[in-house]
Write a protein that binds this ligand. Sequence first.
Ligand code: FAD
Length: 485
Amino acid sequence: MRIRNHPIIDFKKKRKIPFYFNKRKIYGEEGDTIASALHANDVKVLSHSLRYDRPRGFFCGIGKCSSCFMTVDDIPNVRTCIMPVKKDIKVMEQDKGGELSNKQFIDKDKKRIDVEIVIVGSGPAGLMAALAAAQQGASVLLIDENHMVGGQLVKQTHRFFGSREEKAGMRGIEIAVELMEKVAENKENIQLMLATTVIGCYNGKKRHKLIAVQKLVDGDHLFEINGNKIIVACGALENMLAFPGNDLPGVYGAGGVQTLMNVYGVKPGNRVLMVGAGNVGLIVSYQLLQAGVTVDRVVEVMPRIGGYHVHAAKLRRCGVPIYTSHSIKEAYGKGKVEGAVVVEVDDYCQPIPGTEENISCDTICLAVGLTPSIRLIEQIGVRTEFILEAGGHVAVHDSSMQTNVRGIYIAGDSSGIEEASTAMIEGQLAGVSAATSLGYDKNAREVKRKCRSALKVFRSGPFGEIPRIGKEKIACCRRNGGLTY
Ligand SMILES: Cc1cc2nc3c(=O)[nH]c(=O)nc-3n(C[C@H](O)[C@H](O)[C@H](O)COP(=O)(O)OP(=O)(O)OC[C@H]3O[C@@H](n4cnc5c(N)ncnc54)[C@H](O)[C@@H]3O)c2cc1C
């Protein structure tokens, strides 16, 4: 399952790492997570469901869901999709329930950190927020639960669109490296904590408090982090689709597949059905071909392709058909995906009887949208509203990205689903705004003005229309206290 020849990424053979899966010795490679190492060994079943004992595989690949939970060295509920593989660890399908063990926390006493600005999430929004706040002179703590910075950028091998200022023409993986280097150059102002999940968020009178768990080689460590300002840039979660067999191992989120292939160099399978012809579905389909995987077809429930036509044309040139007004009816297989039934739909997206087609595939990839991650800000009492065009429930925020709770800012996909380019600008805006509210000011007004006008340009084109409406509705909620027009 390892990808060795790739047109863009150099997947060299790396040092082998032995570990145990259900008491059997197998090997991963340096840089693997536990889940990617298991996939490379063709292990797709990571656990079984509590009630009906149905096999479960991983889904999101970025630590946002629970389908990859396993017991590692007697510690249950380890998110194996973001936990690096280590020599001789013992990985087991977990006992039902996955009760917490005493081994979980190494130190029972929390360590305390005090800092001016805390940023949760080091994707494009968080990285730019950190750089912008640091440039103003503020001291920043940047936290991410992954073991690398960059969020979704680290798997994006395609070139970005947009303007030069927003890195058009560069690949996401290159942007991630550039931003990472800039953060490293700003060591005096930016402190970085990786492999650290923020699990709690509390509102204080002057300062806000976060509770975080850092996973180190010797176990979990607990932190209490106090910040004058907090910027939440936690990204988004991939959407699931309801159909029989959607829980079979081999049904993945498109972003999960992209992570497996482009970050860890592991193929998700050999023959893929892609569901969704938005940009994500089209881009990931092309990247599957680059990895040497066959894409049987792309099905799209809407009568039109949602993504850029340049991406669709590339796929068609490679012989991949795109069926609009089609969807998946069911997935089937014994223990893992062995095939799927696709069906034509009518104007109301209802299956048309008699149009079912059986296709053979071992992987079904769902590219059916993202939902903003608002778990943390909800804890602190930030006002949220359901806004379809923004991807679901989002935090109501002002033009400086501040929420209704003073000192809590939001940026990127967490503030409404959009793009990495706009996530970077929103991050910059949030970073400068948080820093200026602490009294720092190095031409801050001009930076904010530039950010706002760049966002306006991005949202003025036809592909910016939906997020623009989403943001207008958010602004309307803030002004009127509700969605009234
Ligand atoms: C397949 C795919 C292709 C795409 N292609 C493009 C493209 O071509 N051009 C473009 O502009 N955009 C593209 N996008 C969209 C773009 O990737 C996102 O809009 C962008 O990454 C959002 O940035 P972000 O910083 O808000 O979130 P993310 O990049 O998702 O970063 C969020 C970070 O927060 C961390 N985190 C979350 N919760 C916690 C917590 N509790 N504690 C600690 N850390 C946490 C995560 O580990 C992650 O690193 C694509 C997206 C996908 C999925």
